[in-house]
Ligand binder design. Structure first.
Ligand code: ADP
Ligand code: MG
Length: 478
């Protein structure tokens, strides 16, 4: 009758960032998670959109949280997968977490700051975020519904970018192996070939009561009873529980078991070594006890390890595209695709009164939800995960290269708005529309390139749930 340990689904992109996700996961993340008494199953993504497909077919009641180990791109896939489900209303509330192993780790930078840690990158950032994850605690997460020229819609937790920021992001894709230094290099290269783009930017200013949950309304979700401390010694290897070969009860194909630059096979891991001390703190999902492991020995040469069954439910098959199975764990079946955008007329229709429009030559337009644009780039220091705001920033043409560089250098501490640069603009908004008039350019949503053309978006306050860990004493939120 012992309460069960929380169950995490870990999705690892072995190609994210410098390709270290799997290595860092094994050597640092898994030992910490095991020590915290959390159980997990780990799956490596095989290709782009794999994670999106996985979460679309997942039996969500079996998991307390979905955690990505990559950059921002993998979490983007997960959230869009959740929102594409027929039971999206429930599905999007499933707590998600991010463990930074990519080159673009903006959300992790914001989580790190929220947790009260000093700005760090690389492995230090991963360790901080892993520790926060183990301590538990979450907040509602604002999401941005983005409508593209073709009429298709996607959901962003981070940013819509046009001009300098998206150019740098896409032009430096091939330098992913540099980690976050990719963006420093890109900024220097981008400054050398600075472009301006003509466009019409319209927005609905945020006035009056914020449409978001009250600040400080920390979601009453995972919070570990015990406070973990990081020991200075390297974490012990994850050898707590024997790995048993068994049939997976996940509706998932087993991952490819080869990693770039790694001769050893990559097992699918499952570790159910939860200590009862923590159980119950993550009580989002059903309290069904874990099924016993089958205790079958692994064949000696099996390159694949193991998913130990943690539910009795029959496996679900991945759905063919466009035909999602009804989700038994959702209380109501609603049309898939997320909530309606009540603030937005059709993209080709005129905007209602109350919107502000400007037509300019822009160096960049950045619509951002959280505080960070990169692990150590603070674009909007006052932004909160659930402030119900889109933070619209722009830089007009006519700015000197030196001043643009100053802005990006000041983003180190988020002090760029204090520079008094006349070309730098900002508005807190609920919705915006961008109509590029320059015929060629790059638009990104959460760092991923999308079709170029008119785009509009509105915020959906607190639509998702982000595992942040408890707020830090030195952090921005008490
Ligand atoms: P980074 O910060 O390094 O860009 P991301 O998490 O943003 O890391 O991932 C980069 C891209 O890789 C995303 O578009 C993601 O969908 C894609 N991706 C995820 N898994 C794989 C995989 N196994 N192979 C190739 N691409 C993948
Ligand atoms: Mg990315």
């Amino acid at each position: 009758m012992l309460p069960r340990p929380p169950r995490l689904l870990l999705l690892v992109n072995p190609f994210g960032g410098r390709g270290l996700a799997w290595q860092w996961c094994k050597s640092h993340v898994l030992p910490m998670i095991a020590e915290a008494g959390l159980s997990f199953n780990l799956i490596q993504t095989e290709r782009q959109n794999h994670a999106r497909e996985l979460v679309q077919g997942l039996s969500l009641s079996e998991w307390d949280a979905i955690i990505t180990l990559s950059g921002d791109g993998l979490l983007y896939e997960v959230l869009n997968g959740l929102l594409a489900r027929p039971d999206w209303k429930e599905a999007v509330k499933k707590p998600v977490g991010i463990l930074p192993c990519g080159s673009g780790n903006a959300l992790a930078g914001a989580v790190n700051q929220h947790g009260g840690f000093a700005s760090v990158i690389g492995l230090d950032l991963l360790l901080n975020c892993s520790l926060l994850l183990c301590r538990g605690g979450s907040r509602p997460l604002d999401l941005l519904s983005v409508t593209l020229a073709s009429g298709s819609r996607c959901f962003s937790f981070l940013s819509v970018a046009w001009g300098f920021v998206s150019d740098v992001d896409i032009q430096t894709e091939r330098f992913r192996a540099l980690g976050s230094a990719r963006f420093t290099l890109g900024t220097v290269l981008g400054l050398a070939t600075l472009h301006t783009y003509r466009g019409r930017l319209s927005y609905l200013p945020a006035t009056g009561e914020p449409a978001s949950p009250k600040p400080g309304s920390t979601h009453n979700l995972p919070r570990a009873k015990s406070e973990l401390t990081l020991t200075p010694e390297p974490a012990p290897p994850a050898t707590h529980s024997p790995l048993h070969r068994s049939v997976s009860d996940l509706p998932l194909p087993l991952p490819v078991l080869a990693s770039p630059g790694s001769p050893e096979p990559l097992p699918v891991l499952s570790l159910n070594s939860g200590c009862p001390e923590l159980a119950g703190d993550w009580g989002g999902a059903e309290d069904a006890p874990l099924s016993p492991d089958p205790l079958l020995p692994s064949p000696p040469c099996s390159p694949r390890a193991v998913l130990s069954p943690i539910t009795k439910n029959p496996p679900e098959m991945p759905a063919p595209p466009g035909h999602l199975p009804p989700c038994p764990d959702g209380p109501e079946i609603a049309p898939s695709g997320g909530p309606p955008d009540h603030l937005l007329p059709p993209l080709d229709a005129p905007l209602p009164t109350g919107w502000v429009t400007m037509e300019e030559d822009f160096v960049l337009m950045l619509a951002i939800l959280p505080s960070h644009l990169g692990a150590d780039l603070v674009a909007v220091p006052h932004a909160r995960f659930d402030d119900g705001l889109v933070h619209l920033c722009w830089v007009r043409g006519g700015i000197s290269r030196a001043n643009l560089l100053r802005i990006f250098l000041a983003m180190d501490r988020g002090s760029h708005f204090g520079l008094g640069c006349p070309q730098l603009g900002y508005a807190a908004v609920r919705a915006f529309r961008l109509e590029p008039l320059t015929p060629r350019g790059v638009l990104t949503v959460d760092g991923e390139m999308v079709e170029y053309g008119p785009v509009q978006a509105q915020v959906h306050p607190g639509l998702g749930t982000l595992l942040t860990g408890p707020p830090g004493l030195l952090g921005p939120e008490p």
